[in-house]
Write a protein that binds this ligand. Structure first.
Ligand code: GLC
Length: 373
């Protein structure tokens, strides 16, 4: 995550090579034939064609300076050539775009995709003429996918606390990815940890103060999910996580309850913000039932179209309370009448499978020979 671009792409190329070598005989393409690859690259890219783009910046803790501004598909192709692989990147795809692609393949009512995992992002289908940046570029369908990179959204209305400001300052990318830092899996655990640190400084409830507690990112989000979802009467799981991961021994039940409450507040805030982001998209494309910025149907029009949002990412799929809070907020903002037409649908492995589909669609070899890796 912090080395050189060459090391990173050599690693990816050797993983691809291992995969190719594991293939069963009947799926083997003749060795002299060039293979086509869909490359899911979940970072901000300036897309220069379907199969190329330059890295704008790293997010989610990656910091490989020599890669900024480089064309990433070319880097992968170079590394694959070094490993003796005859492969070409046929589609370079953000994970949100891959997810939208697979979602739309299975269900044509899919208009957007949202990732809530280590990072968070969304993309949606827009009419090309509504995209100022596209400046007269036309597509055959009249539509284009916009990768929003919403993790970098910021507004003074967002509920930033001192914990968020300090987390941001200690992160590898200060002043960047503000929305992502309030929502995604890479950060939630650390927001909770910072609240506990403050409580331990201002009271004696976490005595003795453990040195582990002051280590940034030591409390990972899966641990806060496990504490939050501990339904045992004496919160045993909370007790063991505090003991084993934060070196806080013998926390009484009252303190364990307080920790669960902190997990709840932080997770609920994240889920509600993500829901607000989804409604923002629906509003932009006129699917929120209110007429929409680009002109949709009115709230009184009962024929609101079925609207599917493809969902992916461990925080959404693996954290029940997060998912429930998100759905609750979505219904609260849209109202039940509209919300019942909005379906959030998990696409399994969509970011990778969708990239493979796009590679197939843009391949120069017959589609029979393209495999979903
Ligand atoms: C980060 C990346 C973005 C990606 C998201 C989810 O926000 O910048 O490209 O889609 O994480 O993985």
């Amino acid at each position: 995550m912090t080395g050189t671009g060459e090391v990173l792409f050599d690693f990816i190329a050797s993983s691809v090579k291992e995969f190719v070598e594991r293939e069963t005989d009947d799926s083997k393409l003749s060795l002299d034939r060039r293979r086509e690859l869909g490359f899911t690259f979940p970072f901000p890219v300036k897309q220069t064609s379907v199969s190329s783009g330059t890295l704008l910046k790293w997010t989610k803790g990656f910091a490989i300076e020599d890669m900024i501004g480089k064309e990433v598909a070319g880097c992968l192709e170079k590394a694959m050539t070094k490993k003796g692989l005859n492969m070409r990147v046929a589609a370079l795809v953000n994970d949100s775009v891959g997810t939208l692609s697979l979602g739309h393949y299975h269900d044509t009512d899919t208009v957007a995709a949202v990732i809530i995992g280590t990072g968070t992002n969304a993309c949606y289908l827009e009419r090309t003429e509504a995209i100022i940046k596209s400046q007269g570029l036309l597509t055959a369908s009249g539509g284009m996918v916009v990768n929003m990179e919403w993790g970098n959204f910021w507004s003074s209305h967002l509920p930033r606390t001192v914990y968020d400001t300090e987390l941001d300052a200690d992160s590898p990318n200060p002043n960047d990815q503000g929305f992502e830092k309030l929502i995604s899996g890479m950060y939630l655990g650390d927001v909770v940890r910072r609240v506990i640190v403050r409580m331990s400084q201002e009271s004696d409830i976490f005595k003795p103060i453990s040195s582990k507690l002051s280590m940034p990112f030591i409390l990972r989000t899966p641990l806060i999910a496990a504490m939050h979802e501990d339904d045992s009467p004496d919160l045993e799981k909370v007790g063991s996580i505090l003991r084993e991961n934060l070196e806080i021994p013998d926390a009484p039940l009252k303190v364990r309850r307080l920790v669960v409450k902190v997990c709840d507040v932080v997770t609920r805030r994240a889920a509600r913000l993500a829901a607000a982001g989804i409604v923002g998209i629906l509003k932009k494309i006129g699917r929120d039932g209110s007429g929409g910025i680009t002109g949709g149907r009115s709230r009184s029009d009962h024929k609101m179209r079925r609207t599917v949002v493809a969902m992916e990412g461990g925080l959404y799929t693996g954290y029940t309370m997060f998912r429930e809070y998100l759905h609750e907020a979505l219904t609260e903002i849209l109202g039940e009448d509209i919300a019942k037409h909005v379906v959030l649908k998990v696409t399994e492995d969509g970011s990778a499978m969708g990239a493979a589909l796009l590679a197939a669609a843009h391949s120069s070899v017959p589609v029979d020979n393209v495999q979903l890796l």
